[in-house]
Design a protein around this ligand. Structure first.
Ligand SMILES: C[S@@+](CC[C@H](N)C(=O)[O-])C[C@H]1O[C@@H](n2cnc3c(N)ncnc32)[C@H](O)[C@@H]1O
Length: 190
């Protein structure tokens, strides 16, 4: 994908924290740029399930216009949550919670929800998530393997999670290739 090599300052800070923590499980820059572009359209509260070291959070933060939106993000691992919280110490728009993502269930509805905690498919199925998102709110599901067939196949099996998100009538959804080997599902609540 074509993109300028410079990263937003907050994303550079998140990469520094990740490197110090020796943590390498973060969204790709292509996905990050998509998150930032979507965040720039949002007001209200955005949420992330699975902070890691805060790289995805930083990309979301980089897109927020003025003080138009805030971000709640939950990370189960206390060491990672502490590391990510460092990035946003002086930032009133971001709260890093050391908690299971289910803590975020009663803090919505959200204008954008980034699902990236490697949950079981049943935990991030449409039925579990739909009411956490406000009308017009966007759900971003990361880390699919691009596939041109229908229904989508992953590892020789029908990818029922992706199939469900792409067909549920509560959402208008699309799968977008972020890179040649990674796609993202975007689903907007009707
Ligand atoms: C792929 S990493 C997140 C990367 C991050 N979103 C980014 O883009 O930089 C997934 C994270 O989810 C966390 N996680 C797994 N289960 C969780 C749960 N139930 N609640 C909160 N966090 C969870 C893991 O500890 C891990 O740090």
């Amino acid at each position: 994908m074509s993109a300028p090599p410079e990263l937003p300052d907050v994303v550079n800070r998140a990469f520094d924290v990740s490197r110090r923590a020796g943590y390498v499980s973060f969204c790709r820059n292509e996905t990050g740029r998509l998150l930032a572009a979507l965040a720039a359209t949002r007001t209200g509260t955005m949420a992330e399930f699975g902070t890691g070291c805060g790289v995805g959070t930083a990309w979301l933060r980089s897109g927020v216009r003025g003080e138009q939106a805030r971000i709640l993000t939950a990370e189960l691992d206390p060491k990672l949550a502490r590391a990510a919280a460092e990035i946003f110490t002086d930032d009133p728009l971001v709260d890093v919670l050391t908690a299971d993502w289910s803590t975020l269930m009663d803090k919505g509805p959200y204008s954008l929800l980034f699902l990236d905690s490697e949950q079981q498919p049943s935990e991030v199925g449409v039925d579990a998530i739909a009411d956490l998102v406000e009308p017009g709110g966007i759900v971003v599901l990361d880390n699919f393997w691009p596939c041109e067939q229908w229904p989508p196949i992953t590892g020789g099996r029908v990818d029922t999670l992706r199939e469900e998100w792409l067909t549920d009538e509560r959402f208008t959804a699309v799968e977008v290739m972020a890179a040649s080997d990674s796609s993202v599902v975007l689903a907007t609540r009707r």
